[in-house]
Design a protein around this ligand. Structure first.
Ligand code: VG1
Ligand code: CO
Length: 540
């Protein structure tokens, strides 16, 4: 059935897909237009195969039916969909690669809250399993601006609860277990026997799935296959509104886990994941692991896991992520890459075999096993390392800092700031960039200041305006950028870093260690002054 439509404003994908208020996505033609634009901008769906799934948030089940009927009406050959429309983002990436499909559609707004009054989102992943690269998202956006029709099969709903093949017109819909193939992949990468023995020996863990998609994955893998005590996974049932939780695994939103890990009788290891399962927070008994440090520790120890025994080809991190991983790459004698924020920028490096591990300061780590960041994968790599080294998280971190020095790191988020005020902050700092080198701010001399532009070393594409950065001669750095995943006003992210070589001063409190950089940021960008805020809303 051909349905007449008109272009809808603002369907521009951000850092990771198109995210809007759920009610916006539910409005007439909104989802349909965007999905049709995806098909049209990628050469049509005729004869193609797609993976479909999502984090189970409110509206996913209905949206899945629409997307399936649109794929059918656009001539697709087959859609592989997770049971009840569930698939974590890394599991979807794996299924795309495993089945060599032409791509996949993931229904998720990731770490944003879910529900009728919260957020919904749609991401398109390409045939390599990774997020659509910039040129593709731009083509999709361009298509949304000229759309006059979409196609929708006039057929009954598919039974998404029933595993197996069903037909819709001439298209096959395969409903699959969302966990099985992913869990099998994890078994090829990690020493499950060794981790199982560690749990059998009394090792205790807490995994907070935050009522989002990783619940079934973590329950099957940690409790089922690795023998962690029943109840290790909490908030393990995916709920349409995430049980009211904000499924963003950071110390602010995963405070229940933090309280437990810093309380009496804390387990040995704690972890949390986000809405769609691609992020992870890792916590030791009484010690928090910053995502930038986590990437560095994983890079330094990955060879302890069977899947990485041959060593790493290279390590890539997003620009705002601390340079801790670079120091490891240098010691290992491998390449280090610095990309813009968002996983889509790692795809080429992974495909070209130039990077094996990638990471972002926003609780994202992953490897070349898929083309997305992967929360549970990171947790399993940590477990594998813990099982091999037989040391606590604290001991491993301290040893890491003693060897490489410590990149103190923090991100300060100012959320839902009026757009003009946020633009003012950015413009204010941007205007000073060229005159900053050589200036002394809060006792530190500016070494360089610029608006980060990235030249992809594989395909030569250039991405400009990726964040304002100011680095100081003592190795300290501050970065300012606007979020591309929010749905309300603007979110300003301020990233702060200071390097201490050691051996003294490696275990200071993070915010006090960063105090001079925080003051320098305020002096240069006037965040508090311009937004009228007393301080950041979230500190990670
Ligand atoms: C944020 C993070 C970024 C991450 C992106 C998608 O983007 O900073 O590192 O790749 O979310 O993650 P932004 O533009 O808001 O800073 V996910 O797990 O929310 O898909
Ligand atoms: Co996510």
């Amino acid at each position: 059935m051909r349905v007449t439509t008109r272009p809808i404003d603002g369907q521009k994908p951000g850092t990771s897909g198109l995210r809007k208020k759920t009610k916006v996505f539910m409005s007439e033609g909104y989802l349909e237009n965007f999905v049709q634009a995806i098909f049209d901008a990628t050469g049509g769906a005729e004869g193609k195969t797609y993976v479909l799934g999502g984090d189970g948030r409110f509206f996913s089940a209905d949206a899945a039916q629409v997307i399936i009927k649109m794929a059918a009406a656009n001539g697709a050959r087959r859609v592989i969909v997770g049971r009840n429309a569930l698939l974590s983002t890394p599991a979807a990436s794996h299924l795309i690669r495993l089945n060599r499909t032409d791509g996949g559609i993931i229904m998720s707004a990731s770490h944003n809250p879910g529900g009728l009054d919260e957020d919904f989102g749609v991401k398109f992943n390409a045939a390599n399993g990774g997020p659509a690269p910039e040129a593709m998202t731009e083509a999709i956006f361009a298509r949304t601006k000229e759309l006059s029709r979409y196609f929708l099969a006039d057929e009954p709903d598919i039974d998404l609860g029933r595993i197996g093949a069903q037909q819709i017109g001439s298209m096959e819909v395969s409903v699959v277990d969302p966990v099985a193939d992913y869990a099998a992949l994890m078994e090829t990468l990690f020493d499950f026997a060794k981790i199982r023995a560690m749990f059998a020996g009394g090792f205790r863990m807490r995994f907070d799935a935050m009522c989002a998609v990783t619940g079934p994955y973590a329950t099957e893998i940690l409790e089922g296959r690795l023998g962690a005590a029943l109840g290790t996974v909490v908030h393990g049932t995916p709920l349409p509104d995430f049980g009211g939780m904000h499924p963003d695994p950071n110390p602010t939103w995963a405070h229940e886990l933090m309280d437990e890990m810093f309380g009496a009788g804390a387990p040995d290891f704690g972890a949390a994941s986000d809405g769609d399962g691609d992020r992870n927070m890792v916590v030791g008994k009484g010690i928090y692991v910053s995502p930038s440090d986590s990437l560095a520790v994983l890079a330094a120890n990955a060879h302890l896991a069977p899947g990485y025994r041959a060593g790493l080809k290279g390590v890539a991190r997003s620009m705002p992520t601390s340079a801790a991983a670079d120091r490891v790459a240098e010691a290992l004698g491998i390449e280090a890459f610095e990309t813009p924020t968002g996983w889509k920028f790692f795809g080429n490096l992974l495909d070209a075999g130039r990077a094996t591990l990638c990471g972002e300061e926003s609780f994202g780590t992953g490897s070349d096993h898929v083309r997305e960041k992967d929360g549970l994968w990171a947790v399993l790599l940590w477990l594998n390392i813990l099982a091999e080294r037989k040391e606590s998280v604290e001991e491993i971190l301290n040893a890491h800092w003693e060897r490489f020095g410590r990149n103190y790191y923090s991100r300060h988020d100012y959320e839902a700031v009026p757009i003009e005020a946020a633009d003012g902050v950015m413009a204010g700092l941007r205007g000073q960039l060229s005159s900053l080198p050589g200036q002394v701010v809060e006792g530190m001399t500016v070494a360089a200041a610029d608006d980060f532009a990235y030249s992809d070393p594989v395909d030569g594409s250039v991405s400009k305006g990726q964040g304002l950065r100011v680095s100081f001669t003592d190795g300290s750095r501050l970065v300012l950028r606007l979020s591309g995943t929010g749905t309300e006003g603007a979110t300003i992210r301020l990233y702060l870093e200071r390097y201490v070589a050691g051996p003294e001063g490696l275990t200071e409190e993070v915010q006090s260690a960063l105090a001079p950089v925080i003051r320098a940021a305020e002096a240069l960008a006037g965040l508090r002054a311009r937004t009228g805020r007393a301080g950041p809303d979230v500190v990670t």
